[in-house]
Ligand binder design. Structure first.
Ligand code: APR
Length: 308
């Protein structure tokens, strides 16, 4: 039997995730959304592409949760995207209400699922979903680091005119202005970028990575990034559904790792059939540790506002 995947929110990120998942034949997908007809229409349209793509997957849409029952994986993209001039943090309360409206319903019908959260502000929404679902921490994962490190990697590949396949970028911390790209652990064909690019250029690329979401919002004017976010979710989903034990940066609930307790923050995780199988701890310099603590403090402010 093929794995069953639910995507809550059939907007840009949700529908594009279904598309990427279809191209990798990760499983059957149910799209669900509050807007009547949209998940059904997008689901049917995607399904009709499968003979051309030569991929076997059932893709359906619904406005209720009944069809989502017994999903192996649930991706939550429901919410409101950031508008131009709006910070991720402005979205906080609005999207928390969406978590309250969706998580209980979806987990009641899929009690054994693994949850991937995409809704922003990411770390705080992951924490909200963790509390609302009452799932164990290995089964609630936030998508941010794969996207942030893909952005960093794409800028590095462009700067050095090398294949993106050669670049391994490393980003820690919250998904926001305080994220912590780590040049020391970022390599091109195994060589740290600190050996390949001047410090000033690296600082520019780090800043562009931090502003990566805002750069797209500014260009699009309405809505926020969705192709790269959806690709990032799909990579995480594949690691889980195919039990790849792949190390990817994810927002995880820390219980003392990196000196942080009781908070979601981006760290390298081994993803497999059990979700987050291990949080990988790497040595940080005093400066990197201070940056991570600053990022954690920014996330903590949001979770405190929500009381989660
Ligand atoms: N239940 C189900 N779906 C909902 C709910 C709800 N309670 N509330 C909103 N939605 C749906 C909307 O109807 C919409 O179709 O969520 C979808 C969001 O899609 P878009 O507006 O296209 O936003 P998108 O670009 O997909 O971003 C979704 O991901 O990257 C983050 O910041 C982004 O939080 C945002 C989320």
């Amino acid at each position: 039997m093929r794995p069953k995947i639910t995507i809550v929110g059939a907007g840009n990120v949700g529908a594009t995730t279904a598309h990427w998942m279809l191209t990798r034949e990760l499983g059957d997908v149910v799209l669900t959304d509050i807007v009547e007809g949209v998940p059904q229409g997008k689901g049917l349209d995607l399904y009709e592409s499968t003979p051309i793509a030569k991929k076997d997957a059932r893709i359906t849409g619904s406005n209720s949760y009944d069809e989502t029952a017994n999903s192996d994986l649930v991706v939550v993209t429901a919410g409101f995207p950031r508008k131009s001039g709006m910070s991720r943090d402005d979205l906080l309360k609005k999207n928390y209400e969406v978590m309250q409206a969706t998580i209980d319903k979806v987990v009641a019908l899929s009690p054994n699922a693994i949850l991937i959260l995409v809704t922003n502000p990411l770390d705080a929404m992951a924490q909200a979903a963790y509390r609302l679902s009452k799932f164990s921490r290995n089964r609630v994962i936030g998508m941010a680091g794969v996207l942030d490190s893909a952005r960093f990697a794409s800028f590095i590949a462009q700067a050095l005119e090398v294949s993106v396949e050669n670049v391994q970028a490393f980003v820690l911390g919250g998904h926001g202005d305080t994220m912590v790209p780590l040049p020391r652990y970022t390599t091109v064909a195994g060589v740290p970028i600190t050996e390949l690019l001047p410090g000033e250029k690296i600082a520019q690329l780090v800043q562009r990575t931090r502003d990566g979401g805002a750069e797209i919002v500014k260009l699009l004017k309405t809505g926020s990034a969705f192709y790269a976010p959806a690709a990032a979710v799909t990579d995480m989903a594949e690691a889980i559904l195919r039990d790849k034990k792949k190390i990817l940066p994810c927002a995880a609930y820390l219980e003392g790792e990196y000196g942080i307790r009781g908070l979601f923050i981006g760290v390298p995780c081994k993803l497999g059939a059990r979700g987050i199988e291990t949080v990988i701890e790497v040595k940080l310099t005093a400066e990197e540790k201070a940056q991570l603590e600053k990022s954690a403090a920014a996330v903590k402010e949001l979770t405190t506002v929500l009381g989660v």
